[in-house]
Design a protein around this ligand. Structure first.
Ligand code: TYM
Length: 334
């Protein structure tokens, strides 16, 4: 029996933060021994907003190094760069021609990001979820492990696959496999440190709102010290009136690898003055081995290049036949 396949990726814009780690990468690491994993750096997605050519390539290496530093093993999982496989862009074009405009106009992330861009919104930003659908469907994965914010994009992916199957396939012979989203409860929505009702995000203008995986111990401690809290006594999960409290406790739970019940009991009587140093220390210790490995990897470019070249070959072996299948079903010259 072959292992179930998963595919996921992260956009190569800026540093990765605790949300990317707890919502995505950590779950991939847990799954990699009993899944066939395809994990990529979404650098084509990174250019949907204005970008700096001088740092794009470096950001791609940083994300690759972060995957490996967090525990993705290149001997077990396929790690590759999206832009090195033209199959992604080509399938996105084919999907563009079957996707109704109205489906894209409804995408929450597009609406949010478009507002921030003003008049400069690119077609690429709107088309972003179609490219994402191509990223996914090329590899025929069983499931796609992501954080909660990607749910709508995964629903769109399924809709596009179903439409292609309906228009160009048959029930007995579907063109594309329809994958399942995999959104874990814990860590799926890590919130901002400055506002517990907003998700932690690379695009938040305030650096205080997130903990980057490369932040040093002083920065981590300072950000947690300044994190928004509330005046209530004792700490608790799941009180809708206390979103910051739930978020900080959840971070502690995930980073200390404890059960929710154990953390609820440990922190029930604590005040912020006692809890914040505990969370800061736990975060620093959880990130320390990741950071050490990350810095080693970033100074070994030859190794990273080899991993990415191998990843490209392995990814292409799956992506190229899927693209060929779609083109054949759509009637292109064979
Ligand atoms: P991106 O780069 O915004 O985020 C990468 C992953 O991190 C998760 N994530 C979070 N999880 C919990 N709490 C948060 N605050 C948080 N912020 C981010 C995201 O849910 C995601 O799993 N469009 C995608 C990249 C992409 C992709 C794909 C993903 C392109 N093609 C195909 C899966 C499959 C994105 O921008 O994610």
């Amino acid at each position: 029996m072959s292992k179930p396949r998963i595919l996921s990726g992260i956009q190569t814009t800026g540093n990765l933060h605790l949300g990317n780690y707890l919502g995505a990468i950590r779950n991939w690491v847990e799954m990699q021994s009993d899944h066939e994993c395809f994990l990529f750096m979404a650098d084509l997605h990174a250019v949907t907003v204005p970008h700096d050519p001088a740092v794009l390539a470096e950001n791609t290496f940083k994300v690759a190094a972060t995957y490996i530093a967090c525990g993705i093993d290149p001997a077990q999982s396929t790690i590759f760069i999206q832009s090195q496989l033209p199959e992604h862009s080509e399938l996105a074009w084919l999907f563009n021609c079957v996707t109704p405009l109205g489906w894209l106009e409804r995408m929450i992330q597009f609406k949010e990001k478009a507002v921030k861009q003003g008049d400069n919104v690119s077609i690429g930003l709107m088309d972003y979820p179609v490219l994402q659908a191509a990223d996914i469907l090329l590899y025929e994965p069983d499931s796609v492990p992501v954080g909660e914010d990607q749910k709508q994009h995964l629903e769109l992916t399924r809709d596009i696959a179903a439409r292609v199957n309906f228009q160009f396939g048959s029930e007995e012979k579907p063109v594309l496999k329809i994958p399942e989203p995999l959104i874990r409860k814990a860590g799926a929505r890590v919130m901002s440190l400055t506002d517990g009702t907003k998700k932690m995000s690379k695009s938040d203008p305030s650096d205080q709102s997130r903990i980057d995986l490369t932040d040093d111990p002083q920065a981590i401690t300072k950000k947690i010290k300044r994190a928004k809290t509330d005046p209530a006594r004792g700490l608790e999960f799941d009180n809708p009136e206390r979103p910051e409290c739930n978020n900080l406790l959840s971070l502690y739970q995930l980073l200390s690898n404890q059960s929710k019940e154990a953390v609820a009991a440990e922190c029930k009587e604590m005040g912020w003055g006692q809890f914040k140093p505990l969370l800061a220390e736990t975060t620093v210790e959880a990130l320390r081995p990741i950071q050490e490995k990350y810095h080693d990897l970033m100074s070994d470019r030859a190794y990273l290049n080899q991993v990415l070249a191998d990843g490209k070959t392995k990814a292409q072996a799956i992506a190229a036949p899927t693209l060929a299948k779609v083109k054949a079903a759509m009637g292109f010259v064979q």
